[in-house]
Design a protein around this ligand. Structure first.
Ligand code: GDP
Ligand code: GDP
Length: 437
């Protein structure tokens, strides 16, 4: 399900990451659970008063394109106004307002999104007389907070969450279809690929937007199955500052991933794997999306050596999505594009798969007989039984005497064995360990 997005904007050093870490604290345990995923510190899943949301520290977001534009405070502010549901604008109560704050405020004032002006480093609640200065930013009442000590953060979150509750994030009577998000860097070939995937098929631009937002999805029928191509940067996103600069739209990709069953990660073969590809793949893995990796512009990659290099790099640096099949295509001519449908179908089937408990327990007997066991001190891990407790993606719960001694290595070992025993290509899986004596 799509999570609402709360973005924290502000110039460097005002305390954005301190605030984000404080708010998201409660969820660090979940982050830990996602072993192997390249964690991106700029976003977290958080909850307050029972409302889940994605919290983004825009200072950590790298944008594609021009270097001068890279990470600029104005770019962050634009991205936030465009993609976030609620914006927390953080300023520094100790240093006061500077030109960057004014620039950000100017952009934010034009936005219709709910904006909270938070004045940080107000460590002493008795001394809030400095607050008046911030009214001149024209963003309403400033909220005094201390990200470091936690003063005031609960009050602001109450209001933020009240705004989030007003949003309507549920899909509107959507036609049942496999949701596919096409993600990747600007220029990787997402639009070309979308065109090729939709051209030859009966393509219906859905009249009902997926959410209340301005996303336009395309419904496609292929071999009797319906697919919804979830809108991402397929629509070209130009910066409002410089018309030639396109930015990656990481937040936009996150949004699409949140709604997707299967993510098609399009990598520009003429450039090879980039950090941006990795971080977006990490997010998809964390959100439990199935994945197919599409190496595009294969026509531009010359010679078997160069081709092998690219594939090898993906294998080495994308181990956390090692389950994702890789297909090399040319979106321009359509070569091998048809193959993508098969891979989407496989990935989706595995993502939605249910493995009978009897088969899982046969698997477990095999592990008991031939597998290695783990122990801690005198305690030996004994697995009692295993059952699938969820689908989309599949989650398996192992009942055992000592869940506390299961470590990352053992978990990885079990995952590998499960993948050998059952076809789980294309989908992440989750393992849980529960105590049972
Ligand atoms: P960012 O660049 O906006 O992400 O800022 P950071 O979160 O890295 O914080 C910048 C500096 O301000 C760090 O040295 C923090 O310890 C400090 N800081 C953050 N919040 C507070 C606060 O509430 N009070 C005080 N006194 N210092 C803070
Ligand atoms: P997007 O920004 O990810 O949507 O990328 P586009 O689909 O707009 O493609 C960017 C550029 O790459 C365009 O000029 C396309 O014609 C070109 N392109 C896309 N796919 C291929 C391909 O497979 N081979 C080659 N040579 N060019 C491609």
């Amino acid at each position: 399900m799509a999570l609402p997005i709360v973005a924290v904007v502000g110039r460097p050093n005002v305390g954005k990451s301190t605030l984000v870490n404080r708010i998201a604290q409660v969820d660090e345990a979940i982050v830990h659970e996602m072993r192997g995923v390249t964690r991106d510190r700029s976003y977290h899943t958080a909850d307050w008063n029972g409302v889940d949301f994605t919290l983004i520290d825009t200072g950590g977001i790298e944008m594609g394109g021009d270097d001068a534009f890279q990470g600029s405070i104005t770019a962050q502010a634009f991205e936030a106004t465009r993609e976030a549901d609620v914006i927390i604008f953080l300023v520094d109560g100790r240093t006061g307002i500077n030109a960057d704050d004014e620039e950000v405020a100017r952009i934010l004032r034009k936005s219709s999104k709910p904006i909270f002006l938070a004045v940080n480093k107000m460590d002493n609640p008795a001394r809030e007389d400095g607050l008046w200065e911030f009214y001149q930013l024209g963003l309403g009442d400033p909220w005094p907070v201390s990200a470091m000590h936690g003063h005031g953060t609960g009050d602001i979150l109450d209001e933020v969450v009240a705004e989030l509750r007003k949003l309507d994030l549920e899909p509107h009577e959507e036609v049942p279809a496999i949701n596919v998000a096409i993600i990747g860097r600007p220029n990787a070939g997402k639009s070309s690929l979308t065109n090729k995937l939709t051209n030859n098929e009966r393509s219906i631009v859905s009249d009902v937007a997926g959410t209340t937002r301005d996303a336009i999805d395309t419904l496609v029928e292929h071999d009797g199955e319906l697919y919804r191509i979830v809108d991402t940067a397929g629509l070209r996103r130009k910066s409002q500052i410089d018309q030639d600069v396109e930015y990656y739209g990481f937040v936009r990709a996150m949004r699409a991933i949140d709604r997707a069953d299967v993510a098609l990660l399009v990598i520009d073969g003429s450039i090879g794997l980039t950090n941006e590809d990795q971080r977006v793949a990490g997010y998809a893995a964390e959100r439990g999306c199935a994945m197919v990796i599409v190496l595009n512009k294969w026509d531009l990659v010359e010679g078997p050596e160069a081709k092998a290099d690219i594939r090898e790099r993906i294998e080495d640096r994308m181990t956390f999505v090692g389950y994702a099949p890789v297909v090399a295509v040319c979106a321009l001519t359509g070569k091998k594009v048809d193959r993508i449908w098969t891979l989407i179908d496989e990935a989706y089937a595995n993502y939605a798969k249910t493995i009978p408990t009897a088969q899982l327990n046969n698997f477990l007997s095999g592990i008991r007989e031939s597998g290695h066991t783990i122990s801690k001190g005198k305690a030996i891990l004994r697995m009692k039984y295993v059952t699938q407790t969820s689908t989309c993606p599949p989650q398996f719960t192992f009942f055992c005497n000592r869940p506390d001694i299961v470590d990352d290595n053992y978990e990885r070992y079990l995952e590998n064995r499960l993948r050998q025993a059952f076809d789980l290509t294309g989908t992440p899986i989750r393992l849980k360990f529960k105590k049972k004596d």
